[in-house]
Design a protein around this ligand. Sequence first.
Ligand SMILES: Cc1ncc(COP(=O)(O)O)c(C=O)c1O
Length: 415
Amino acid sequence: MSSAPQDPLHQLIRERMTGLPVMEHDPADGLPLQVVGFGPDEVIEATEAMVETFVTMGARVRRFEAAFASWVGCRQAVMVNSGSSANLLLWTSLVAAGRLRPGDEVLVPAVGWSTTLFPVIQAGLCAVMVDVEPRGLCMDPAAAAKAMGPRTKAAFPVHLLGATAEIEPLRELGLLVAEDACSGHGAEQGGHRAGGLGIAGAFSFFFSHHITTVEGGIVVTDDAELADCMRSMRAHGWIRERSDAAALAAAHPHVDPRFLFVTPGFNLRPTEMAAAFGLHQLPRLDGFVQRRRANHQHWCRLVQQAGLPLTVFPEQAGTVHAGFAFPMQIAADAPYTRAELLAFLEARRIATRPISGSNLARQPAFASLAATRIPHPLPVADAVHERGFFVGNSHAFGPGHGELLVRSLQEFHHG
Ligand SMILES: Cc1ncc(COP(=O)(O)O)c(C=O)c1O
């Protein structure tokens, strides 16, 4: 049996990338935030795009969009150059498509990423800051109900660090719900994937996320009209990638359809190299999520059994926790500061970070945003701000990393 001859360039890439810690990382090397999540297949496909000289948004992007939409369980997907761009595209398009009006209020969880909040304002909407629930640190539906006013029309829950935000109670409030699933790939609620639970969901494919296109993002939706609006908004406001391009061209015979602009757009387009990465990452995503979820469950048990003044955030019934990172919170009466604990962990090569933007309303940038409202105190977000932190989780980590973490935590607490 003869096998196809190996392309020497592909062979060279495979040789050069052999031994990278893509699926296995040794806890003897500490607990980093993340390890390299791609291998030779991604690099070969991206190189092919460059060798073919078709590098700007094209067939690979369309293939990846179709594959990712179907993975989430949606009919449409629009790929962009980052998760922040996905959030911006989502909210500006909801306004451009007439689903929301400028000045309408959007409930935003106080704990999220900076570019969860900013795109809402950049779309001409008003952000109402809502506290998070203490179990998974996602938007608290009871706080959301209390925060609503006559202009409140929508909500933007975040599936924080792999936890699943509750979507249904927000819909029952009559709100248009879109999801920030940028750190929630593979999180589930009632057997349905995060990102596909509301009108649209945004994902990030940044280097450190469940799957990566280096930089990249995507919005998924079942709403064909909204998806068309997003395709214009993503690329200058033109009609090229829209399903109704021919009808729009016919309706505006005085403008050359190749440069026909129907909405004030941005340029948020991805490259073919990014989609090349995505096409090879996506088939691995389920396995990555399984491993991260297993880590999350095991590490939660280990920390709980250690009996330390630390809260963990175990997977909630009826959900899948996708284990983006491993958050913890120090008890209010612990006899040490967060800075002391984190310095101790960092010295043992355990990388730490605050829990995303923590309480976004306490970030300096918040003061410069005119279109915001904080109807109630935010005690859970404040506790996260003062006492929360996370360490990395990855599909390349396993039980040994959890043991390293807990051993180090015990050493800190007991000497
Ligand atoms: C919840 C959330 N939203 C948005 C983003 C922004 O994604 P990106 O870094 O791809 O712009 C992130 C990034 O980690 C995130 O965690």
